[in-house]
Design a protein around this ligand. Sequence first.
Ligand code: 13P
Length: 250
Amino acid sequence: MRRKVIAGNWKMNKTPNETKKFIEELKALVANTENEVIICVPFIDLATAIEMTKDTNIKVGAQNMHFKANGAYTGEISANMLTEIGTEYVILGHSERRQYYNETDETVNLKLKVAFENGLKPIVCVGESLKQREDGVTKNVITTQTRLALDGLTNELVEKTVIAYEPIWAIGTGKTASNEDANDAIKTIREEIANIYGNETAEKVIIQYGGSVKSSNAKELFEMSDIDGGLVGGASLEPQEFSKIVNYDK
Ligand code: 13P
């Protein structure tokens, strides 16, 4: 049985002081869950989040990183900078980074390899736009993104990659994919992984759903056969609401 992994993606929200307050409240609310709980915070909040989550079951992730170890890349952060302060996870290839910051399948693949080389656990985002869905190319888009992201990885590393299926039209819009559509897309991603890396590996990969997940729809989504938890944006910014999503099975 795959575990459920529920990650908050704060995007560009919360200062270090707000991070401290959030975790003080969240930690008791999620202390009894068996699900994996992750908060992916802005770079500036990482040190505070890591300190505040010591001796808790909450794990901390970043939202991006560069694929180079160091150099003249103004404003960027490398994998070893993240691991030195104790960051465990990193989101790679979020649609907002693909859309606004020139993230490509190629850079996602480079970053994925560098994340593993540095001991970070990656959460790789894939998903189609509204136009692509309307044009009927969803399957092609998500299988291509998945294949190119994982290209060159060993089976062992593929099994350790968390994938988040996030249809772009469902992000921040209040429109959630139907349970069946989300589950079908995730099955498609799993089949693509099975075609390349075999069934045994594909069955182990955690594939989350993301896009307007909230406490009122988390249970029905996460109980679907192939949805292994969620990557949660807006609804992860408030401890009570986020804890209800984490505790969807209580
Ligand atoms: P929302 O939950 O705000 O729709 O954001 C989803 C997302 O992009 C998480 O990475």
